[in-house]
Design a protein around this ligand. Structure first.
Ligand code: PLP
Length: 402
């Protein structure tokens, strides 16, 4: 398929860094991001070393190796080497935070109505155990002004609010939320902030020291292209000693170094640390392309997807067409596509048809009674992928229209 004249870039420049499955149009990096070959190879090298001499690797070498990898990641996200620990994914990070914050009966944990379902469930669960509760800030739609978002959050704050949980970039709607302003105002009122950040990494600027949040949980296996099973949890200094692991083990160093808050998280039973160690390679890969270059390319594609799919779906996107509101991932409402009675037990028929008939991976999700298509663009995507998606939507949508 010819590349449209609209995009004079060499769109195939980075694609060869990946060994993607043939014949698949992969527009779902936001759910599960394939890692480039260089990262997969690094992980395999670490794994092979581990299996060659597990005692030496796990008992002697692991702690300094993890420190080295964490230092590379810490520099990338703008915090100190001692401020973050590796965890398998953002879900684990959020679980650790939810178990570590001391909630009491009557306390409130405030979330927005754009939060990821599992994250809302985690907080609901810890609240229910102590007689606390979660509350919901409904954000205005369409989102036109970041200040309105902040106001909508703080309109739900009261003296019982102990924690604000907010996504850096929301999962279903793909919108970038004004977390810096939310953290600033929360700090003024002594409210803790827990940022759910798996989509923030690389897609959006991130400097944790400047952000001023209390906790930031992220998955590296999304936009950073770390191996599946790599994530991190950032914890602000004063909370470190209060952090409780999701899985309890020895809570001490095996190599005899001075004790640290990280000890609870470094050893959580015998496991394969190769995905954490290869995160440093993922950072180096993204930096070799350039973060700005990543954002420029992937936003161009997301913008193309947004404008063309919205025209096909005859819908209004959730935000203005502005990189401040969305990065490499975009959500298009599908108001004229029938919802499925099978939802949420199985993928929507449109998602199934995109995959089964067109080999296109793009999630169709339901958010607040709206059906939405979410399109993720990474460095391996090209305008031809968007062309294929649009052609498939045009072919399929009449069948799903009410
Ligand atoms: C906003 C948000 N938070 C948390 C998660 C959970 O991420 P993981 O499955 O890597 O733990 C996701 C997954 O897509 C997400 O979109």
């Amino acid at each position: 398929m010819a590349e449209p004249a609209l995009h004079p870039l060499n769109w195939n420049q980075h694609r060869s860094a990946w060994s993607l499955a043939d014949g698949v149009t992969y527009l779902n990096h936001g759910s599960f991001g394939p890692a480039p070959d260089v990262v997969i190879a690094a992980r395999q090298r670490w794994f092979a070393e581990l299996e060659r001499q597990p005692m030496d690797f796990l008992a002697r070498r692991l702690e300094p190796l993890l420190d080295e990898a964490a230092a590379v990641l810490a520099k990338f996200v703008g915090c100190g080497d001692d401020d973050l620990v590796f965890v398998p994914n953002a879900t684990t990070g959020i679980n650790i935070v939810a178990r570590s914050v001391e909630l009491a009966a009557g306390d409130e944990v405030l979330l927005t109505d754009h939060e990821y379902g599992a994250v809302a469930r985690i907080w609901g669960n810890v609240c229910s155990k102590v007689g606390a509760r979660t509350t919901l800030a409904k954000l205005p739609l369409p989102l036109l002004n970041p200040a309105d978002v902040v106001d909508a959050v703080f309109a739900r704050v009261n003296e019982r609010t102990k924690v604000i949980v907010v996504s850096h970039i929301a999962s279903y709607t793909a919108v970038v939320l004004p977390i810096a302003d939310i953290c600033r105002r929360a700090n003024e009122r002594g409210i803790l902030t827990c940022i759910d950040g798996p989509h923030g990494l690389v897609q959006a600027p991130l400097n944790l020291r400047e952000l001023g949040c209390d906790y930031y949980a992220a998955s590296c296996h999304k936009w950073l292209c770390g191996p599946i099973g790599s994530g991190f949890l950032y914890v602000r200094g004063r909370h470190k000693s209060k952090m409780r692991p999701a899985v309890m083990s020895w809570g001490q160093s095996f190599s005899g170094r001075p004790s640290s808050w990280k000890d609870e998280f470094v050893w959580v039973g015998t496991d394969d640390p190769s995905s954490y160690l290869a995160v440093a390679d993922a950072v180096r890969f993204i930096e070799s392309v350039g973060v700005q270059e990543f954002r420029r390319r992937t936003h161009m594609l997301a913008r193309e997807a947004r404008n063309r799919c919205a025209a096909i779906a005859r819908s209004e996107p959730f935000t203005p067409d502005d990189p401040a509101w969305y990065g490499s991932m975009v959500t298009i409402p599908l108001p004229h596509v029938a919802r499925s009675s099978a939802w949420p037990g199985e993928p929507h028929p449109l998602q199934r048809a995109l995959w089964e008939q067109h080999r296109i991976e793009t999630p169709v999700c339901e958010w607040q009674d709206r059906l939405c298509l979410r399109v993720s663009c990474h460095l391996y995507n090209t305008p031809a992928d968007i062309d294929r998606l649009c052609a498939a939507l045009e072919a399929l949508c009449p069948r799903f229209a009410t």
